[in-house]
Write a protein that binds this ligand. Structure first.
Ligand code: SAH
Ligand code: SF4
Length: 348
């Protein structure tokens, strides 16, 4: 039983199904969503013998924090261990006016982009709705969460049902009550699911990981492009655009000597103009298992200028948590023995 993924109402129903009176269900839901409880014994007001009985039969939350790393800028990366021993990371990113949590949707990733740590060893399994939602709840307990981005490991649109269930549980006013507009789903590009998301959750923000605006380059960087080339993806984005009023984001990882320069900038700007999208340039965060290099600041600035000159609306994403390998694309799923910590690349 996925007690987090069930949502508050589902949790109440579960309590009734195991023979508890309604007020106990409400008490447990409060303890879980607002009282910081990880076990029934931590739910306020629950008699000790009842709590012990429930704890011996059911897991209130689906994960424990196996490791926690804090970066100098306040970014916190948590490695969660789920009931079957699988691991996934989530990142808390506090700023003066926001608290964003970056969550994983799968253990590993099947897409295998050439620059990303998450896909190095394929996908192991989908995360359940509760395992996704708990990543947010976990960090919310330290500081109220304002925004959720599906930019951790995994391709969220390959785990669509659990993605939607997690958003709904987190948006529930009896849970965290996060507005739909507070969620950003980042995808490497699954046309049918992009259309479906537009129909199912038109208020959620979509970020498309484009990374190259021609098929030759993109197929090399994002293998999914061989299955759904740019034209197909753009057709899906047209349909999506007709369904939603939110501005979409195009993510573009900047790789030195690869997808930068005038011609790439011109093609990227053209696509952004067509979809009235905002472009987010992400300087490559080093993953030493890959052959890519991080461009220097001048190169990124020149690319930004070129994109802007061609009419693209772009900004460069600030980097957070890099000293603990918590930046985009650096999330893995293993605990390493070396003191470099989880997600850290083995020391060269
Ligand atoms: N699978 C989804 C969501 C997770 S990746 C997707 O690909 O969109 C979140 C973002 O981080 C994507 O835009 C991804 O391309 C980017 N990213 C991955 N590896 C990176 C790296 N090494 N440096 C910078 N950005 C990276
Ligand atoms: Fe998967 Fe996204 Fe990483 Fe590509 S960038 S391997 S889709 S997590």
């Amino acid at each position: 039983m996925d007690l987090v993924g069930a949502g508050v109402e589902g949790l109440r129903q579960w309590a009734a199904s195991v023979g508890l009176p309604a007020f106990r269900g409400a008490q447990i839901a409060r303890g879980l969503w607002h009282g910081g409880a990880n076990r029934f014994a931590e739910v306020r007001g629950l008699p000790r013998d009842l709590a012990a009985r429930l704890d011996s039969g059911f897991a209130l939350v689906p994960a424990v924090e196996a490791r926690r790393q804090e970066a100098q800028d306040g970014t916190v990366k948590s490695l969660l261990r789920f009931a079957d021993g699988k691991l996934a990371e989530c990142v808390s990113i506090p700023t003066s006016d926001r608290h964003t949590v970056c969550v994983s949707s799968q253990v590993g990733c099947a897409v295998g982009c050439s620059f990303c740590a998450s896909g190095l060893n394929g996908v192991e399994r989908d995360l359940t709705a509760g395992e996704i939602a708990f990543q947010v709840l976990h960090h919310h307990r330290v500081r109220p969460v304002t925004n959720v981005v599906f930019m951790g490991s995994g391709e969220p649109l390959f785990n669509y049902d659990n993605l939607l269930a997690a958003i709904r549980v987190l948006a529930d006013p009896d849970g965290l009550g996060l507005g739909r507009r507070r969620f950003t789903v980042s995808t490497s590009g699954v046309p049918a699911r992009i259309r479906q998301l537009g129909r199912d959750e038109p208020q959620v923000t979509l970020a498309l990981s484009l990374h190259a605006a021609d098929d030759e380059t993109r197929s090399r960087l994002v293998p999914l492009n061989r299955r759904w080339p740019i034209a197909e993806l753009m057709a899906a984005m047209d349909d999506y655009g007709a369904l939603v009023s939110r501005r979409i984001t195009l993510e573009y990882v900047c790789l030195a000597g690869d997808n930068l320069g005038e011609a790439h900038a011109e093609r990227l700007a053209a696509i952004a103009r067509r979809h009235q999208a905002h472009i987010n340039l992400i300087p490559f965060n080093p993953v030493i298992e890959t052959a890519h290099r991080r461009p220097d600041e001048a190169e990124v600035a020149a690319f930004l200028a070129a994109v802007t000159r061609h009419g693209g609306h772009a900004t460069v994403r600030g980097q957070r948590g890099n000293d603990i390998d918590a930046a985009c694309g650096q999330l893995k799923r293993r605990v390493e023995a070396d003191p470099g910590g989880c997600g850290a690349s083995p020391a060269p």
